[in-house]
Design a protein around this ligand. Sequence first.
Ligand SMILES: Cc1cc2nc3c(=O)[nH]c(=O)nc-3n(C[C@H](O)[C@H](O)[C@H](O)COP(=O)(O)O)c2cc1C
Length: 335
Amino acid sequence: MRPNLFRTRITELLGIRHPILAGGLGPKVSDARYVAAIVNAGGMGFIVGAGFPDAGEFRDQLRRCRELTDGKAFGVNLYISRQSGGVDRVMRQVDILLEEGVSCVETAGASPEPIVKLLRDAGVKVLHKVPAVRYAQNAARLGVDGVIIVGNDCGGHPGIYGIGSIVQAAHAARVLDIPFAIGGGIGTGSQIAAVLAMGADAVVMGTRLLVAEELWIHRDVKAMVVAGDGTESVVVKKSLRDHHRVYRNASAEAVLALDDAKVTDFEQYRPHVMGALAHQAYVSGDTRTGMLDYGPAAVFADKVEPAEAILDRLVDEAVAAAGRLSTLEARDARA
Ligand SMILES: Cc1cc2nc3c(=O)[nH]c(=O)nc-3n(C[C@H](O)[C@H](O)[C@H](O)COP(=O)(O)O)c2cc1C
């Protein structure tokens, strides 16, 4: 593992070695084993609560992660649904994660307002993930510890505005006082150095890390990611204003056809977007069906290797990129 080479507000806040967050991967993709591998490699990972709705199974995942990390800090991703009952579902998991001593939470979806105080009073760091700086400003007013802002390139939910990560990073640096991470399309150390230079405190990655050896998903899914050059990534469900960036397979094509026809009745989408289809694809390796979150950063996922090897490469590249800037310094400026 590389030493601590970049110190930021987020590395300090979370007590991690590298400014690298591995965003939660649903439905059950980021489990204890994967999160522990990221944490042991010097980053921060998040077990997706929604993937383990059974209280006993969720608790087991937390205990297993604690064991595999020898007690190091690790995180949980809590998706707060906008539908009724969303907060109650999350609340049950909040009780468990507090009992099990989880040290940080990545919230996503609806506003984290109902749980921020509870978590922070218990010493849990709260990072709220949003797809635009305007939502990050709202979250800052709620008193979260930090925000994660994802741009239009992100695998998963890029929001309705379609603003790219490089604009979000520069905008966030101008208007936010709290620590922030930038994600969406990030898969190289040069991008890490770039957003740190722009004022960010960390990056968040999802797609690039789908090739981590410790992920349980079928090897054919990882092979698909390695083979991809990013052009297979497409945003669907725009007609529902629930933009979702996924792998372009038969299900995505069917949803695109509904989008083109401006269909707004969710029942027509349901057979193509059911979470069970994606889970089946991750288990079987048959990626023709299911909404498989997938961004253009797949182009950087060049081989399957342990999480630690991926993070080491990223850190080396970030150091090299930071060094390159000093080689570009004009002679007159040094005089
Ligand atoms: C396979 C996959 C599953 C994901 N599932 C979730 C999820 O359940 N909850 C969530 O908040 N974000 C989810 N995300 C988003 C990631 O946490 C992260 O924000 C995003 O991947 C960053 O963009 P990138 O894919 O360009 O690196 C998922 C992403 C991927 C690739």
